[in-house]
Design a protein around this ligand. Structure first.
Ligand SMILES: Nc1ncnc2c1ncn2[C@@H]1O[C@H](COP(=O)(O)OP(=O)(O)OP(=O)(O)O)[C@@H](O)[C@H]1O
Length: 249
């Protein structure tokens, strides 16, 4: 699997209908199967826009994306069934319990009742939610909400998983639980594409990154190599060196 391209992104442009300027310009990237790939950049850089395009939530204005699963071009059905997305905004029903949310979203992927039950109970267990399985998620703490948001996005065991700031606003315990679990499923073969503003977390987690600023890719490649080339010791220093100190608003 290693060394195979999983997503080929060719010359993506995006201008929202309501906007006078491009949110993404000339974005081309190759993401390898089995990678943990970080899409990093300042506020407003275009990370959520790019992830939303890659997940098929919004269309690009131009450009092409090719997906490969198990080394072969992915069909439309495979793309729908084998891609997972954990959005920055919570994507669950506050009035349903954790168990009901997982059953509801799992049913969308046509999992058999027994597979869904096994998968749901496994995720509740590994993400520390078993005791709260029958509580409404609206009553959950921030960390628990992030963990159930993650569980919903991976209920169908996706081959390619997109995560938009999966640990924003959580305590160290929940952050560790989330990152540990993501590392485990990556080792089991899931390709991960993730955004974060948490540089030490991204440094620990990602092998390859793309640094995006003002809608353009300003650096891409292996994190270790980018640090060496730019003579910096940390991802945070690399980020500041390449994007500067100015606010983006
Ligand atoms: N629905 C929209 N309509 C018009 N412009 C948008 C829309 N969504 C995002 N934008 C603009 O596109 C640009 C990229 O935004 P995006 O949310 O992708 O950045 P980001 O890197 O995810 O930012 P952050 O780190 O703050 O979440 C910004 O200038 C933003 O204002």
């Amino acid at each position: 699997m290693a060394g195979q391209v999983c997503i080929e992104i060719q010359d993506i442009y995006k201008r929202y209908k309501s906007s006078q300027q491009d949110s993404l310009t000339h974005v081309s990237l190759d993401i390898q199967a089995g990678d943990v790939f970080g899409l990093l950049g300042p506020n407003g850089a275009g990370k959520t826009t790019l992830i939303s395009i890659l997940c098929g939530i919004i269309p690009p204005s131009s450009g092409q994306i090719h997906y490969f699963i198990d080394g072969a071009p992915a069909s439309e059905t495979q793309r729908k069934n084998r891609i997972g997305f954990v959005p920055q905004e919570y994507a669950f029903y506050q009035e349903l319990t954790a168990r009901q949310n997982l059953d509801y979203f799992g049913a969308m992927y046509n999992l058999s009742k027994s597979d869904l039950g096994r998968r749901r109970d496994h995720l509740l267990e590994v993400l520390g939610l078993t005791k709260s399985a029958d509580k409404k998620v609206g009553s959950f703490s921030g960390g628990m909400k992030r963990r159930i948001n993650l569980a919903i996005g991976i209920i169908h065991q996706p081959a390619i998983l997109f995560l938009d700031e999966p640990t924003v606003g959580v305590d160290v315990q929940s952050r560790n639980a989330i990152i540990r679990y993501l590392q485990q499923i990556n080792q089991d073969g899931t390709t991960i594409i993730y955004t974060s503003h948490h540089m030490s977390e991204a440094e620990e987690f990602c092998k390859n990154i793309a640094l995006i600023d003002n809608g353009k890719v300003i650096a891409k490649g292996e994190l270790l190599q980018l640090k060496t080339e730019n003579a910096v010791a940390s991802l945070q220093s690399l980020f500041i060196k390449l994007t500067g100190e100015q606010y983006r608003d």
